[in-house]
Design a protein. Sequence first.
Length: 319
Amino acid sequence: MFGARRPPFRQSAGRIDRPRPVMTFYACGIDFAAIDALDVHAHVSIDWDGRRWRTDEPALSIQSAVSPLTGAIPTIDAVAQYYRERNMAAVVFTVDATAATGRAPNSVEEIAERAALNADVLIPFGSVDPWQGTASVHRAHRLAGEYGVRGFKFHPSVQAFEPNDRQFYPIYEAIAEHSLPLLFHTGQTGIGAGRPGGRGIKLRYSNPMMLDDIAADFPELTIVMAHPAVPWLDEQIAIATHKANVYIDLSGTSPKDFPPQLVDAIRTTLSTKVLFGSGYPGHDVDLWRDDFATLGLPAATVDRVLKDNALRALGIADS
């Protein structure tokens, strides 16, 4: 069942052996009543020893953009300080696409461990390579049970898989056993954009309609669709409206560029189903919030989007 239609093999760059920090189980220490906002979409792109998972043009552009503020791609400790200074909290993660890219991800274990040391502002998500079969099932259990990750991130286009293929369902079943949410990239991606063939990245894997199947088959699982899913935005809105267990995070796009139907949905049918996400460090959190304020949404809706909806989606609050 597992392993069918694996992506083309690419020679792995491997990992350099290095001392591992002592494992620390994550226990959330965020005062949710005190923070102003909860960003559900922040990337960790560098390990403590300076190793970066991505060295492509978009990643280098991000480094150039944040260099005036941080001097480099921010470490997870720097990410924590960034949000701490803003009285905010953030969900942090990387993506394990080892089989599809031939390159090991940044350390998910390290993200969880460093988040545990910054538990006043950070919430770690795990990631598993869907193409590693039963090993990914065991790894999902381990990341949740031994490290305390509070959700899992998938990027179907980068990981080169159809998320609704039933061969991957054992992974979702494992995550469901821990009652943790799934965060799926949807729509366009900047990875490979503007390059010949998009560097092999296939956008169809990130069509949100595939997630409708998962939401129907796993009604106990919370699914967050990351980003306004251009070119499938109408489908995305329909899914989030139809499925009580599906949410949308608004990361990756300035609110000033939100299509009209998305703004209308935020104001009405999806006021309790959309979540603040920035895409930091690729997107400036302060600018995102400033642009969001220009939409003229009711204050109660703004509060829901910036924090309250995320608390419910992450299982922190019931309503």
